[in-house]
Design a protein around this ligand. Structure first.
Ligand code: FES
Length: 194
């Protein structure tokens, strides 16, 4: 019994000494690595080209998306160019010394008449007594649509307003007779819509 107790005491002392030594030792002096996440972010930010967008979004993924959106917007601006041209056109504002008259052949009516560049095709046709189709008379529907047999409508008429026809439809010769004034002579087929 006495022997067993001595072994126990010695073992206890050894373990205690080891614990005390470990407690006061300096360890491996290992330190956690520095946080480099900010540095990495900054390096990545520098690799993205500058844009015109204000900080802080111009270098983020969101900024890139915005650049794409602007690209699309530029395409839209091109479309609006033609529309703006027509939107600013007021036939009534044409000075008297700039009024010109063109020969318009109304194919289905079988007659060629003179139409001034400040007069709509619909008005000119009605002045002849023809019962031409229309509804809104302001370029917002398709009721009065006609087809220019000679080609691209942009080359022959100007719309005072066009909320309906696309650029492509005009390229194919379609126009809205209620707001279209001639800029050249041509053959018109009334009651024709795209
Ligand atoms: S009548 Fe509606 S667009 Fe001409």
């Amino acid at each position: 019994m006495v022997q067993l107790t001595s072994v126990g005491v010695i073992t206890g002392v050894v373990f205690t000494s080891v614990a005390v030594l470990l407690h006061y030792s300096k360890g491996t002096e290992w330190k956690p690595a520095e946080d480099i996440s900010q540095e990495v972010l900054e390096r990545r930010a520098k690799s993205v080209p500058e844009t015109d967008f204000p900080e802080p979004m111009n270098r983020s993924i969101g900024g890139g998306g915005a650049v794409g959106a602007v690209g699309a917007g530029e395409g839209g601006a091109e479309l609006e160019e033609g529309e703006e041209e027509d939107a600013g056109f007021d036939p009534a504002a044409i000075p008297e010394d700039e009024i010109e008259v063109y020969d318009i052949e109304f194919a289905k009516e079988g007659t060629t008449i003179e139409v001034a560049n400040n007069e709509t095709l619909l008005d000119a046709g009605e002045d002849e007594g023809w019962d031409l189709p229309y509804a809104c008379r302001e370029g917002s529907c398709l009721s009065c649509a006609g087809h220019i047999a000679d080609g691209d409508a942009h080359d022959y008429i100007r719309h005072a307003n066009n909320d309906t026809l696309s650029d492509e439809e005009m390229d194919n010769g379609y126009c809205l007779t209620c707001t279209a004034c001639p800029t050249d002579s041509f053959t018109l087929e009334t009651s024709e819509s795209p």
